[in-house]
Design a protein around this ligand. Structure first.
Ligand SMILES: [Zn+2]
Length: 74
C-alpha cells in the first residue's frame, strides 16, 4: 500500500496557543498583546500566538476593557 492517510504528519500542527484549548487557530497575534490582557494563559514561547475564534473573542473583549479602564483611570 503506497497511499496511506496520515493525518498526524511530522509537520507542526497549528492549534490555538491557549493552553487546554487546542482548536484551529484563526488569528495570529503578537504574544505581548495577549499577555497584556492577562485573561488567557498561553503555552509555548513563540513571539506570535495563534488564537482560535473563541479565544480571539476573549482577547478582543479584554483588550477593549483594558483600553476603557485606561481612559477612565485618571
Ligand atoms: Zn482557543
Amino acid at each position: 500500500m503506497k497511499h496511506r492517510n496520515i493525518s498526524l504528519s511530522d509537520g507542526e500542527q497549528e492549534v490555538c496557543s491557549v493552553s487546554a484549548c487546542g482548536k484551529t487557530p484563526k488569528r495570529s497575534i503578537p504574544r505581548k498583546r495577549v499577555e497584556k490582557t492577562g485573561s488567557l494563559s498561553l503555552q509555548g514561547s513563540s513571539r506570535k500566538v495563534n488564537l482560535c475564534s473563541d479565544c480571539y473573542r476573549i482577547f478582543k473583549k479584554s483588550s477593549k476593557k483594558d483600553r476603557t479602564m485606561e481612559s477612565l483611570g485618571r
